[in-house]
Design a binder for this molecule. Structure first.
Ligand SMILES: *Cc1c(COP(=O)(O)O)cnc(C)c1O
Length: 379
């Protein structure tokens, strides 16, 4: 079936008692046995839950994976995936990754014996040069946050396979609608479903999707062992949100492109990074490995011509807020907001400074968004 059909149907029609058209919320924490040695399909809700299972089947289908584990947050998904590794293992990742992921790697897992190299992921040769005897994983985040720089997924997979290294991709920014890393040979996809997959800024959640059934089983065991699954009610809401993912992604992209083109033409804006603009240095790679360009963009203000605080406080339609992927347009200054969890040197090394802003284009009328940005730039 096509993506739209899968988004609406996969995992959903499992209630054979009442033939519900939407998945019921099974709040029961436990389930009764019919006798000794006769366990029910689900026995305890941390290990498995029908509502969560419906969402997991749906997400696995959309990413073309063998199985998914729904998690209580995106960070829980990253944590679960990191439990594939053990002390002494080395992981290569980007200098410019989600701030919370950077903090989890550098402040939590690095203290527990896992070694990290933060490299320029736009250069496959730098990734190859970082491979060591104990390298067990490569963590990909593409496009990167906040600069929308791309990692060549197929090139990374080929380096990883030469050395028997696992590849993991955080696909939050593109969603499976525009990018499917598992199809390019990546072993695990991670999402913060808080963003595009749920899409309505009302549920924090995450998931890990595996390319093989064996790996999916391992992830399900880790999830049960460390206790990170998401709640049935949250799963219900995400399952409602994901049904419109294809339509939302198309509209997010349309608005992001319109905003990117407007900003690129404005004299108070220095440069715009959006993979869908021909001026993006990796526009060709974007066309090759993604089926669209997404709803995220970043740009730099010319600080000689405009005060950044005056700019953001003059906005009426766009909200100054962290997070992304919801129906409402959000703008943030990564330097002081989303990426504050990175030390100043790390932010500078990733080229994040006070002039940079990131926009998550929502689904409002593009004319309203552009008019709002224009009046704030000229305020
Ligand atoms: C938000 C985000 C996360 C973390 O997800 P939470 O749901 O906030 O825990 C991880 N990776 C990326 C790319 C994100 O945008």
């Amino acid at each position: 079936m096509g993506f739209r059909t899968d988004a609406i149907q996969k995992g959903v029609y499992a209630d054979k008692t009442f033939n519900s058209v939407t998945t019921p919320v099974y709040m029961s924490t436990t389930y009764f046995f019919d006798g000794i040695g006769q366990p029910p399909r689900y026995d305890y809700s941390r290990s498995g839950n029908p509502t969560r299972a419906a969402l997991e089947e749906n997400l696995a289908a959309l990413e073309n994976g063998a199985g998914a584990s729904y998690q209580c947050t995106g960070m829980a998904a990253v944590t679960t995936a990191l439990f594939l590794f053990k002390p002494g293992d080395h992981i290569i990742t980007g200098r410019e990754i989600y701030g919370g992921t950077y903090r989890l790697f550098s402040a939590v897992f690095a203290q527990r014996g896992i070694e990290f190299s933060f490299v320029d992921m736009t250069k496959p040769e730098d990734i190859r040069a970082a491979v060591k005897k104990n390298t067990r994983g490569i963590w990909i985040e593409t496009p990167s946050n906040p600069q929308l720089r791309l990692t060549d997924i197929a090139a990374v997979v080929s380096i990883a396979r030469e050395h028997g290294i696992l590849t993991l991709a955080d696909n939050t920014f593109m969603s499976p609608y525009f990018q499917r890393p598992l199809d390019l040979g990546v072993d695990f996809v991670v999402h913060s479903t808080t963003k595009y997959i749920n899409g309505h800024s009302d549920v924090v959640g995450g998931c890990v999707i595996s390319r093989t059934a064996e790996n999916a089983k391992t992830i399900a065991e880790i999830t049960n062992n460390i206790g990170t699954p998401g709640s049935p009610f949250d799963a219900f809401l995400v399952l409602r949100g994901v049904k419109t993912l294809p339509f939302r992604m198309k509209a997010h992209q349309e608005n992001a492109l319109a905003i990117a083109e407007f900003l690129a033409s404005h004299p108070r804006v220095k440069n715009v990074s959006y993979p869908g603009l021909p001026s993006h240095p990796q526009h060709e790679l974007a066309k090759q490995q993604m089926s669209g360009f997404g709803g995220m963009l970043s740009f730099r203000l010319d600080l000689d011509k405009i005060d950044p605080n005056k700019f953001v406080t003059s906005l009426d339609v766009l909200l100054l807020a962290e997070s992304l992927g919801g129906v409402e347009s959000l703008i943030c200054q990564p330097w002081s907001m989303t990426h504050l969890s990175m030390p100043e040197e790390a932010r500078r090394a990733a080229d994040i400074d006070e002039s940079m802003f990131r926009i998550s284009a929502g689904l409002e009328d593009p004319e309203d968004l552009i008019a709002d940005l224009k009046q704030a730039l000229e305020a």
